[in-house]
Write a protein that binds this ligand. Sequence first.
Ligand code: NI
Length: 173
Amino acid sequence: MMKVITLGDTRLLQRAAVIADVDRLVYDLSQAMIETMHVENGIGLAGPQVGELKRIFVCHVSGDIPRVFINPEIIQTSQELATMEEGCLSIPGIYADVVRPAAITVQAWSEKGRPFRIDAEGSLARVIQHEIDHLNGVLFFDHLSERKRERLTKLYWKRTEDKFGSYSQALRR
Ligand code: NI
């Protein structure tokens, strides 16, 4: 079980590195990430979120199988846009409507090093775009208006303080 890092950790803002070789370590990482995603009740998890600044993410949307994407690239996006509510394991408790292309075509390598291409729409297209953003240091907040992003950021920090406030008080004594 890996630790999921949260807002405030600068690793979430960095660009992740290309994986040159899908070896045993990368395979093991993908399996550990799937397990962590399931334990955390997430539908997607990207390398940087577990402190691995590598271009890998996993996802598992309802009605689908768990999937691994290594060095993913979006090669086509639909003109049609869709609005869906997003959340993030790295910004727990915060949700917002985000507008993105409704359908995409992605190519990537599997956890066994095999290249593949997939057409995705609906929640799968959504989670893939959200996770690829993580590989580029982008959070779903960054798609919102500045005003909305600031409001949600303040809300997040207020809640975090409320949660840990009594603990830090105890430490101070
Ligand atoms: Ni996320």
